[in-house]
Structures are given as structure tokens and as C-alpha cells.
Design a protein around this ligand. Structure first.
Ligand code: MN
Length: 261
């Protein structure tokens, strides 16, 4: 069984190596990760410059690209056959709620899912330091269950670990994504030439207090596992939105817009 380990913090990140080490008990581990930090690149794919694979050791490679590039190169070029699992992390910092849309960590797992491989993203709460050894223990157990039972079709797991010693973790919760708000999300400054510039630098202040949300689980000291489906179609509004079809078709030149249906 081949297991692909990647991340968005870069190939030198201790979280990546803690995760790879934990996976070695479950299969043949391949590490293919960005050559430097690529946090918040989302699901970006590099199309306009050459990608290079740099071997760094036994089944460890750096790529001058994004987490999504890494998963593609690993699955299609590096590994002798497709992996049984893609696992991404352990990320320095949680990926809760809306974070998943920016996260390179989560996007790597989404890419694995798109390629038909069961995939997991693992992120660790922390501050000055991160208890990756705690995250790695849980990652190993969740990976083991995933290999044994598989995952529902087109579904990845987004796992977040609270910043607590192992014996202080309160439990494990299957959760839904939360929503958040930022305080002063954009900081405006003046450069030495007198021109304005901006930092996207807000701090989170509030999340919606949904009882089953990923944020609530972490706040309560629990491991959060959110199943994320590739198909983000909102099926509940399809019918309502269909009434727009004719309203939009109405912009076509006369003679074409009418008569259909
Ligand atoms: Mn990161």
C-alpha cells in the first residue's frame, strides 16, 4: 500500500515529517511537497512555468509548485502506482469553516479526491509551538480507519486537532463547517513614497455558534472531523433558480428567445 504525504507549509515543515513518520506504520510512504511555504494558495495549479522534482532522500521529493501540483506529479509521475491514501499536513494552524476555501492543505486532499484516492487533510491548532505528536497520533488512527473502511464517494475528511496534550483532549466530533467574521481584515499603511499599501491581516473575532460546527469542537478541546463533498451544488435551490433561465434567455435577439420549451 502506497501512501502519499504532502502539505502546504513546505517540505521542511516538522508537521509534514511527524505525519510521514506516523504513516510508515500503515504502508510505503512517499513525501512529495512544495519546496517552500505555500500556505493559502488554495487549489492553484501551475500552468505557465516548468515544474521540477528534486529528490531529497528516500522517497522524499520537493516540487517548485503548489500542493495541487505536488499531488498531480506524485500520483501521475512519481509513484509506481496510484496511492491508497493521500494525506496532507500536519498544517501549522487550524483550517476551520471558510478556511477550507483558501487552504493549500485542504486543496491537496481535494485534489487527491478528484483523482479518485481517499484523502485526508490534517491541521493542528497552536501558537508559539505545535503539538504535532498529538496530531500525528490521531492522523494515524483516522488513516487506518480510512484504509479499512474507505470513504464515501467524492468525499474527503478535514481533520483539526486542538492545542492540548494528548491526555487533555476531550473527545472526537464529526462536524460541519462553521462561518467566521474578521476584525479589521485589511490594514492600510503608507509606504516611504507616500503611496498607500495594504495588508490582509485580520484576526478572527466571531464564528457562528452552530452546535455541531468544527469551530465548536476545537473550542471545546475535541478533535474535529468534517466530511467534505466535491460536489458543492446546492441541490435545494435548483428548482427556484430555474425560473431565472427564461429571464436570462430573454436577452437573446428577438426571434431566438421565444419558442423554446
Ligand atoms: Mn499551511
Amino acid at each position: 500500500m502506497h501512501i502519499l504525504v504532502t502539505n502546504d507549509d513546505g517540505v521542511a515543515s516538522p508537521g509534514l515529517h511527524a505525519l510521514a513518520e506516523a504513516m510508515r506504520a500503515l504502508g510505503t510512504v512517499w513525501v512529495v511537497a512544495p519546496d517552500r511555504e505555500r500556505t493559502a494558495v488554495g487549489h492553484a495549479l501551475t500552468l505557465h512555468k516548468p515544474l521540477r522534482l528534486t529528490p531529497l532522500g528516500n522517497r522524499i521529493f520537493a516540487v517548485n509548485g503548489t500542493p495541487t501540483d505536488c499531488v498531480n506529479l506524485a500520483v501521475k509521475v512519481v509513484l509506481p502506482k496510484p496511492p491508497g491514501l493521500v494525506i496532507s499536513g500536519i498544517n501549522r494552524g487550524v483550517n476551520l469553516g471558510d478556511d477550507v476555501t483558501y487552504s493549500g492543505t485542504v486543496s491537496a486532499a481535494l485534489e487527491g479526491t478528484i483523482l479518485g484516492v481517499p484523502s485526508i487533510a490534517v491541521s493542528q491548532e497552536g501558537g508559539d509551538r505545535f503539538r504535532f505528536e498529538v496530531g500525528a497520533r490521531y492522523a494515524k488512527r483516522i488513516a487506518q480507519l480510512t484504509l479499512e473502511h474507505g470513504l464515501p464517494e467524492e468525499t474527503m475528511l478535514n481533520v483539526n486537532i486542538p492545542d492540548r496534550p494528548r491526555n487533555a483532549i476531550k473527545g472526537v466530533r464529526v462536524t460541519c463547517l462553521s462561518r467566521r467574521r474578521f476584525e479589521n481584515p485589511i490594514v492600510e499603511k503608507i509606504d516611504p513614497h507616500g503611496r498607500k499599501y495594504y495588508w490582509i491581516a485580520g484576526t478572527r473575532i466571531a464564528w457562528n455558534r452552530q452546535k455541531d460546527s468544527d469551530h465548536e469542537a476545537i473550542r471545546q478541546g475535541m478533535v474535529s472531523i468534517t466530511p467534505i463533498h466535491l460536489d458543492s451544488t446546492h441541490y435545494g435551490v435548483l428548482e427556484r433558480l430555474r425560473s431565472w433561465e427564461q429571464l436570462i434567455e430573454g436577452i437573446r435577439p428577438a426571434g431566438h428567445a421565444r419558442g423554446r420549451r
